[in-house]
Design a protein around this ligand. Structure first.
Ligand SMILES: [Cu+2]
Length: 189
């Protein structure tokens, strides 16, 4: 029983790692969403946004999201946005490194209402991603390659070897799910 529980915990840790490789989905900001009088610099402080992550804005429909240039961001100018989004739920994929600038286009919401946030994206780094996903775990988890090696020992029914590195993380997640199920069965028995 004790050994099985340990195995399940290990499987859960591995599953968290596998998920990390798929990219994080950040909601701006976690508690208040995209709204007036939120300090978004405070929200971004200490966060590491990496290529592959998503930034999701959740807001009341009377707000909107404009992606603007650095210059327009600095002055809350909303007349010439790079793109305009509305509807209450807007997600941006962080596909490359660099800084992107977002404001609300409703009059005075950016200037007086503090609805402006800039997101600086850095290159993907597996170790950093793992640390972000599991900040409380003391040792760094094994890299995905080792996870995959373990997953291959999964019971019958686990997916077979992936053909491309692009699909590896997806595959690992599925295999780990199989392992987790096996561990649960072992505990139940
Ligand atoms: Cu607004």
């Amino acid at each position: 029983m004790k050994a099985s529980s340990g195995a399940l915990l290990a499987v859960i840790a591995v599953a968290a790692l596998a998920t990390t490789a798929l990219g994080m989905n950040y909601t701006v900001d976690d508690s208040s969403g995209w709204d007036t009088y939120v300090n978004y610099d405070e929200w971004t402080a200490g966060k590491t946004f990496m290529v592959g992550d998503n930034i999701e804005f959740k807001y009341e429909p009377y707000h909107n999201v404009l992606e603007v240039t650095k210059e327009d961001y600095a002055s809350c100018a909303t007349g010439n946005p790079i793109s305009t989004h509305s509807g209450g739920d807007t997600t941006f994929e962080l596909t490359e490194t660099g800084t992107r600038y977002f404001v609300c286009g409703i009059p005075r919401h950016c200037t007086n209402g503090t609805m402006h946030v800039k997101i600086t994206t850095v290159a993907y780094d597996a170790a950093t991603a793992a640390a972000i996903e599991a900040p409380s775990s003391a040792p760094l988890p094994s890299p995905p390659a080792d996870v995959y090696g373990d997953a291959r020992a999964a019971p019958a029914g686990a997916p077979t070897s992936p053909k491309s590195s692009a699909s590896r993380y997806q595959h690992t997640s599925a295999a780990v799910a199989g392992l987790a199920f096996a561990a649960l069965v072992a505990i139940a028995a």
